[in-house]
Write a protein that binds this ligand. Structure first.
Ligand code: ATP
Ligand code: MG
Length: 411
């Protein structure tokens, strides 16, 4: 049940039911030492940034690895206040590094206040429940077992719900802290992973397709800030693929904030590759040129990796020999988080992220321009070097990067 409902049901106007707030459990708790400090510092900055980006404000404090977000009342009614807290919770649910988001009630440090809050939180529940109390302050006059028993008995009596300690439908957590008590239920899973920025920065190659946004998301979730590059077939194609890339970056921005998209008009370069006799290697030569151009951006933006949506064997450019030939094009590592994923798995993730509907819009993908009837599945690197030698591709990559348009889909 949402806090709003709990509060409305119980009427926070009734003194003692407490203040709605948000608790965030951070992930990767096994991290130690400096890694852990960095994790916490970046996560807190990202949480603050996310709240701010939604036009909200909340105070962030940390208690033994749990982040607490409180919203000032500012003359709001209890229901309005609870609604703002809900919006804060929704917003931070997108921040990588958090494994669980719990909307909680913060109450006075008395058993009575904890009981009232537990009743409020379970008022709309059905099914079995369990109370799990924990004392951080051992001076609290009532033990955890006593709290479990008394609050459990109260919920049973008032709401008529059965207790099940082994298989509860709802768990009610009571955390007795130094100055207050937090009462909350399981909450919702977060994104998990690492806070964006902790692993550095990468350039993500973003087509208008299904795979690349999912790939970028998976790497953001491992702490990589992604800067996006899209190659459009313009001026040989229309701008549709650019709109799609823009919409995709806009949709993914909620996971990292301050996203940037560079759009490279690639059509003429594709023609040049064709005229220099790329033939069956056209797609591979294009992909290598994209990677080389992305590497120019990476140098400019201090990024230390490239990210693509390649999945082993999915299309002819993604066979093992061709992946090897792509790796040969650049010095930076090419990260391919979807390499071992099936298309159905990628699509399920794209649906969850909300990118699938955008990716499925029709467009004229630059890769299908000039596509040979039979693409090479075992590209020879020497042959690719020969084609590239006729063009001075290093210079071409520089020119392509220089011709890019920069967009900031979310400001
Ligand atoms: P996607 O589903 O992401 O469009 P795809 O199935 O079209 O990928 P390919 O065309 O082989 O597969 O592209 C593989 C990867 O190369 C993409 O996931 C993306 O990272 C990169 N890529 C391909 N085309 C473009 C493009 N026009 N602009 C930027 N990156 C691209
Ligand atoms: Mg693909």
């Amino acid at each position: 049940m949402a806090i709003t409902d709990a509060v409305t049901a119980a009427g926070t106007a009734v003194p003692g039911v407490g203040e709605p707030c948000v608790l965030l459990k951070q992930g990767e708790i096994f991290l130690k030492g400096r890694n852990r400090q960095q994790f916490e510092r970046i996560l807190q900055a990202n949480v603050r940034g996310a709240v701010r980006s939604a036009g909200l404000s909340a105070e962030l404090t940390v208690r033994e690895g749990v982040l607490v977000l409180r919203v000032a009342r500012d003359g709001r009614t209890p229901a309005e206040h609870a609604a703002v807290v809900d919006r804060v919770a929704e917003r931070v649910a997108d921040v990588p590094g958090i494994v669980r988001i719990c909307r909680a009630l913060r109450v006075d440090k008395t058993p009575e206040a904890a009981t009232a809050a537990a009743l409020a939180l379970t008022s709309a529940d059905s099914g079995a429940f369990a109370v799990r109390a924990r004392r951080r302050d051992k001076r609290f006059p009532v033990t955890s077992e006593q709290l479990n028993a008394s609050i459990g008995a109260e919920i049973q009596a008032v709401h008529g719900l059965p207790v099940s300690l082994k298989h509860p439908d709802t768990q009610v957590f009571i955390e007795v802290d130094q100055r207050e008590v937090f009462v909350f239920t399981e909450g919702l899973p977060g994104q998990g992973g690492l806070p964006v920025g902790m692993s550095g920065r990468a350039v993500a190659l973003m087509s208008g397709g299904i795979d690349s946004p999912v790939a970028a998301y998976r790497m953001m979730k491992r702490g990589l800030r992604c800067v996006f590059v899209h190659f459009s077939g313009m001026p040989l194609t229309g701008p549709e693929s650019v709109y799609k890339a823009y919409a995709l970056v806009r949709g993914l921005d909620r996971f990292q904030g301050a996203s940037r998209l560079y759009v490279v008009p690639f059509g003429k370069a594709q023609q040049s590759l064709a005229t220099s006799g790329a033939g069956r290697l056209q797609v591979m030569a294009q992909r290598r040129l994209m990677l080389k151009t992305a590497e120019v951006f990476a140098a400019r933006l201090h990024a230390s990796a490239l990210v693509t949506g390649d999945s082993l064997g999915q299309v002819s450019s993604q066979t093992l020999p061709n992946i090897t030939a792509l790796d040969d094009a650049v010095r930076l590592p090419i990260l391919r988080p979807l390499l071992g994923w099936d298309k159905t798995e990628i699509m399920a993730e794209a649906r969850r992220l909300g990118t699938l509907a955008i990716s499925e819009l029709p467009d004229e993908d630059c890769c299908t321009l000039l596509t040979p009837r039979r693409a090479e599945t075992r590209a020879k690197i020497d042959d690719l070097h020969k084609i590239e030698g006729r063009l001075d591709v290093a210079e071409l990559a520089e020119q392509l990067a220089a011709s890019a348009q920069e967009y900031r889909p979310v400001d």
